[in-house]
Design a protein. Sequence first.
Length: 214
Amino acid sequence: MACGRLCPGCCGCFKIRTFPIYAHPVSTPLGWLKALEQQLYWSQLAGRWTGWLEVDGIRHPWTGAYGNRDRSWGPRRWGGPKMWRWFSINLGEEMHFGGIRLGTDAGDLHRGWVWDGTRATSIAEWRLRTELADDGVTQEVVHLQVADKEARTYDLRGDVLRVADIGRPGGTMVNEGLARWTYQAPGGGELTGYGICEYLHQLDDSGKPVVGVE
């Protein structure tokens, strides 16, 4: 159980029971690693959270909440990548997705993992189609096909519930989106859960992304 003050007027206690454990070591070709200028090691824990969060004296309990613990080591330079699309998706205890599509001058880097209830498999490609708000940068609906390295594909739809612009250092915009995700299982069933769809944009002088949004 971890407890502490999170921000002025906020505190909380949390405990996580983890499912898969997946680490992303440095296995990138040197040219891509130089282009990325990002963290050198990255691990994620998907699990079921219990605990509480207190804001302005009001306590909000959590029971059976699903989410990821994300941890990275090394430099993180916001201006390094041309864009990124980062996902953390939890569909109950049955299925979890985590990873990133990151744009560089050497091409797009696809990294991540999928947990299908029994094993974790690396992701080969994040295939995206995004419906945007009128401003041309804010994600509203994400149509996502995930291909893993065992030649399996997963079709998901993310309906974005809210987006927070978490800062614009220089010409960089980061839109942090919370989405309700649905997955159509091959057998015809549907799984529903929640998770993150974070879009980073590098903006030109007119305020438009230098890389078009897929």
